[in-house]
Design a protein around this ligand. Structure first.
Ligand SMILES: Cc1cc2nc3c(=O)[nH]c(=O)nc-3n(C[C@H](O)[C@H](O)[C@H](O)COP(=O)(O)OP(=O)(O)OC[C@H]3O[C@@H](n4cnc5c(N)ncnc54)[C@H](O)[C@@H]3O)c2cc1C
Length: 415
């Protein structure tokens, strides 16, 4: 065990029990320093639960790197056994064209990989991660959020919504895109509002989804069909805010007709849908990820357009890097809340995250441009990439989240 001789007890508080906050708690609790750490996690929502009979509306397309994080956390097997749908192909095309013309197709078999990733439900992820934490020294408190912070030189005093106060060596803000921690500390953030909302629902389809993630770029925003393992597809339809709201209000038959037209019939006749909800869309990037004693992770640090389904994948990498940095500081006998330590995390993640925020913003804008020449050029662009093995391989490695410099917790396990 690699512990400094004068190991001192440290309190690490995690604000937010979304998948990112729960992952950091699990990674820290499984380190060799667990006995020196008091780890507390606060989440205003109630204890997460997953229903075997109902597929959660909120699903994520998790990359292979995210899967490795979950394998290293010891929860992947149970998540996969409960309900995770592999997607082996991805087909992207633009609205003005037929899916058979000018499509960009990624196929995992071209990379010698079994799949491109899995579609996993939010509630399943949170329930499994919280369940795994029940057997550790992490104290989880549900139904309680953070309300006030006072950062001092040696620690950060935190007040919770139930009146509890505590002092921590490090506060990890995993409290989502509207992060209260970031707001209370006035940490600056650049935000672009897309004036769009993403409508989410599940649908039955006449043609099998063929374990393919389908995405059509329409003038109002991208429409995606993600394969579920009960044969249905999860729909994520990004549209101008008023259009998305109007679509949510339609009766089932009218909505199915609209969805059928928007899909271009790629999955044949569309059948029953379930409840519809919509989320506002924006892109945001915190100008700094840390202050002394405080680190922002996941959506608290960055929010991306869901068109490439990358938000959660970025958050898992943040969790893996931050836990590596904190554990490394403890190994060296350093104060993990020292700004110099926390900046190591920022240096490793900020550039990559910013690149993704900007790339997805650019892609979103590219597909919003209208005019007589642009749509044919986009179609040519997609089909040209489709026949360029090298460019495709680079894009596919990105989608899989495969790269050489992954943090420890995101590296595949060697059997
Ligand atoms: C429509 C849509 C589709 C998406 N699809 C994908 C996809 O396919 N793949 C993908 O990778 N990403 C996807 N994303 C992005 C993904 O949802 C986010 O990136 C992800 O949820 C971020 O996780 P998080 O744990 O950082 O934040 P969240 O999941 O937002 O969790 C933050 C938690 O903090 C809690 N909290 C709030 N305030 C406080 C407080 N004061 N104190 C303590 N806790 C607090 C909240 O209750 C919440 O549980 C999608 C997003 C949208 C909108």
């Amino acid at each position: 065990m690699n512990r400094s001789p004068a190991a001192q007890r440290r309190t690490i508080v995690i604000a937010g029990g979304g998948p990112v906050g729960l992952s950091i708690a699990t990674l820290l609790s499984s380190s060799s320093h667990t006995e020196d750490l008091d780890i507390r996690l606060f989440e205003p929502r109630q204890v997460p639960s997953w229903e075997v009979d109902t597929v959660d509306l909120r699903v994520y397309a998790l990359s292979r790197a995210s899967q490795s994080v979950l394998e290293n956390l010891g929860v992947w097997k149970t998540v996969a056994a409960a309900r995770a749908a592999p997607y082996r192909r991805m087909q992207v095309w633009q609205g003005e064209h037929d899916a058979r013309i000018g499509s960009l197709i990624f196929d995992s078999s071209e990379m010698g990989e079994p799949d491109l990733g899995h579609i996993v439900e939010d509630s399943l992820l949170r329930a499994q991660l919280a369940g795994a934490l029940a057997h550790t020294n992490v104290k989880l408190t549900f139904g309680v959020g953070l309300t006030a912070i006072d950062v001092g030189e040696r620690g950060v005093d935190i007040t919770m919504s139930d009146g509890e106060t505590l002092s921590a060596t490090v506060l990890v803000a995993a409290d989502g895109s509207a992060s209260m921690v970031r707001n209370l500390l006035k940490m600056p953030i650049s935000t672009v509002s897309y004036a769009q909302r993403a409508l989410v629902t599940h649908v039955t389809t006449e043609q099998p989804h063929a374990e393919t993630a389908w995405q059509r770029f329409l003038p109002g925003g991208p429409l995606a069909f993600l394969p579920l393992n009960d044969g249905r597809s999860s729909v994520v339809w990004s549209a101008q805010a008023e259009h998305a709201e109007a679509l949510c209000e339609l009766d089932d038959v009218k909505f199915q007709t609209e969805l059928q037209i928007a899909s271009g019939g790629v999955l044949g006749q569309l059948g029953a849908t379930v409840e519809r909800v919509s989320f506002p869309l924006n892109a945001a990037h915190a100008r700094r990820y840390c202050d002394s004693r405080v680190a922002l992770v996941g959506d608290a640090a960055h929010t991306v357009h869901p068109l490439a389904g990358q938000g959660m994948n970025l958050g898992f990498l943040d969790a893996a890097v931050l836990s590596d940095v904190l554990i490394d500081a403890l190994n060296r006998g350093e104060d993990p809340g020292d700004l110099r330590v926390l900046r190591r995390y920022e240096r490793q993640r900020k550039g990559d995250n910013l690149k993704m925020v900007l790339a997805l913003d650019a892609l979103h804008r590219l597909f919003q441009i209208s005019g007589s020449l642009i749509p044919p050029l986009r179609a040519v662009g997609l089909s040209v990439i489709n026949v360029m093995p090298l460019a495709k391989a680079v894009l596919m490695r990105q989608a899989l989240g495969l790269r050489d410099d992954l943090p420890t917790a995101a590296k595949p396990r060697i059997a």
